[in-house]
Design a protein around this ligand. Structure first.
Ligand code: DAK
Length: 257
């Protein structure tokens, strides 16, 4: 239906959310973000789903938070409406989440993509943090996740002077992991998500958690965290299965236990 804010599809073991406000370039309103958070959370606890993909359409992943919704808000309303609540949930998922981006990924759209575990883009993708044009600044990770991805100088240009990155630049700078033609970027994102979903689930979960800790911890804390997760996996059936399958030259059958 045309007026649904998001569309949910299941492709094998992959849950796909299509942001669905094409007339507003998928502007991320509060109701849309709440629905997105609900959809991801449901799949995160569904054993039939192993990975998730968020996409928009060929013209826009998302051109930002909904400016018209925010325009008249006061600081107190922004604070008390819990604007961040719906957004934070995306980064809290235990299962891998991939952003499949074509066209505009601006402001909150770029921040939403960066909350995901990897970004796969079409050749037409454009990444930017243009909030400065509105007299504000990024509020959902644009100054923090971007600087960790592409470094200080490029982030400063993006945040202070609305520099936009093409897909090729975003790839060179390390913001995204793949570029595909616009005709098949989504299929490729679904393919990669499907491959990850077919891997040992407990190992995938702890590996994702460990990589993300690199953004939160010192090196020594992160190394200790990684090591504990590594040791923990030796209590899983899948570790025994994976190593036995290797030794016996057969394909492993994961149980997620
Ligand atoms: N919000 C609302 N409507 C938007 C929109 C947006 N971000 N972006 C586009 N639209 C609407 C346009 O108003 C237009 O609607 P109608 O006039 O047709 O009703 C329709 O989408 C088509 O847009 P255009 O006519 O402008 O299309 P063009 O091809 O000419 O231009 C554009 C495309 C992407 C260059 C342009 O639309 C644009 O500059 N859009 C705004 C980009 C932007 O400034 N984004 C940053 C928004 S601020 C937070 C969470 C998130 C955020 C902050 C805090 N917390 C949880 C605390 C995020 C903030 C932002 O993202």
């Amino acid at each position: 239906m045309a007026d649904e804010l998001i569309l949910r599809e299941v492709h094998g073991e992959v849950g796909l959310v299509r942001l669905n406000r094409p007339a507003a370039l998928n502007a991320l309103s509060l109701p849309l973000m709440n629905e997105l958070g609900d959809a991801l959370a449901a799949w995160d606890s569904d054993p039939a789903i192993g990975a998730m993909v968020i996409t928009g359409n060929n013209r826009a992943f998302a051109a930002g938070a909904d400016i018209k919704e925010m325009a008249d808000a006061t600081s107190v309303q922004m604070l008390t409406h819990d604007h961040i609540g719906g957004w934070d949930r995306v980064a809290e998922m235990h299962k891998p989440v991939i952003a499949a981006v074509s066209g505009y990924a601006l402001g909150g759209g770029c921040e939403l993509a960066m909350m995901c575990d990897m970004i796969i883009a079409s050749e037409t993708a454009v990444f930017g943090q243009p909030e400065i044009n509105l007299g504000v600044m990024p509020g959902a990770g644009g100054t923090q996740r971007m600087v960790r991805a592409v470094g200080k100088s490029i982030t400063m240009e993006m945040v202070l002077n609305d520099r936009r990155l093409s897909a090729e630049e975003a790839y060179q700078f390390g913001l995204i992991s793949r570029i595909y033609p616009v005709e098949n970027y989504l299929d490729e994102a679904l393919r990669i998500a499907g491959e990850i979903a077919a891997r040992a689930p407990v190992a995938v979960r702890l590996a994702k958690e460990s990589v993300n800790k690199a953004f939160e911890m010192s090196l020594s804390q992160g190394l200790a965290f990684e090591r504990r997760n590594f040791y923990f996996l030796f209590s899983s059936d899948d570790q025994k299965e994976g190593m036995d399958a290797f030794a016996n030259k057969r394909k492993p059958e994961w149980k997620g236990k």
